[in-house]
Write a protein of this length. Structure first.
Lengths: 111, 114
């Protein structure tokens, strides 16, 4: 049961530019998480934002959450070639529930 | 640092074979997960385990079983492999049963069933 939907499916930008990815979901959530997956590798947790939070920062990452619109965005500032990866959002509907995953955004940073 | 190790990066098996995928974590995590990843579908949960000898079906358990005899090890079993089980399989662990905890992933096993 896929809850999150990332937009766009693919994004290609120049190194140094900012990258923005969006995630929409359908039901009320406890939290929303973003993960990165480099080609052929496992996923790495980036950031978690709780339903009562609106914005969170971690280094060059900025995540926003709008529960009224049931959407989140991930902003990567000053992109680098090493940011090339797929980015997934995952939502948790209550404090114990498993995560429900979106299909991901493939980000390519051109040197 | 957190470490989740999957026994094989690539595996090729034949239809009808019984296939074992192994996953080990070294962090004393209570929860472990098996996912399947297919292009355009994101991650789909096959099984998860709250603790030793505990297991719960996920969204797509048909054709699979699991075993968790020790806390650090979670095995996925394809009872009789079929070509539609060709996929990337990802194992993950989590400290305890709370979705506010992040999941930690292995590098995946790319399984081909011929």
């Amino acid at each position: 049961s896929q809850q999150g939907e990332e937009d766009p499916q693919a994004l290609s930008i120049q190194e140094g530019e900012n990258a923005t990815m969006n995630c929409s979901y359908k039901t009320s959530i406890n939290n929303l998480q973003w993960y990165r997956q480099n080609s052929g590798r496992g996923l790495v947790h980036l950031i978690l934002i709780r339903s009562n939070e609106r914005e969170k920062h971690s280094g060059r990452l900025r995540v926003t959450l709008d529960t009224s619109k049931k959407s989140s965005s991930l902003l990567i500032t000053a992109s680098r070639a090493a940011d090339t990866a797929s980015y997934f959002c995952a939502t948790a509907m209550d404090s114990n529930y498993q995560l429900i995953w979106g299909a991901g955004t493939k980000l390519i940073i051109k040197p | 640092d957190v470490k989740v190790t999957q026994s094989s990066r690539y595996l090729v098996k034949r239809t009808g074979e019984k296939v074992f995928l192994e996953c080990v974590q070294d962090m004393d995590h209570e929860n472990m997960f098996w996912y399947r990843q297919d292009p355009g579908l994101g991650l789909r949960l096959i099984y998860f385990s709250y603790d030793v000898k505990m297991k719960e079906k996920g969204d797509i358990p048909e054709g699979y079983s699991v075993s968790r005899e020790k806390k650090e090890r979670f095995s996925l079993i394809l009872e009789s492999a079929s070509t539609n089980q060709t996929s990337m399989y990802l194992c993950a662990s989590r400290l305890f049963t709370n979705s506010n905890q992040p999941q930690h992933f292995g590098d995946g096993t790319r399984l081909s069933i011929l």
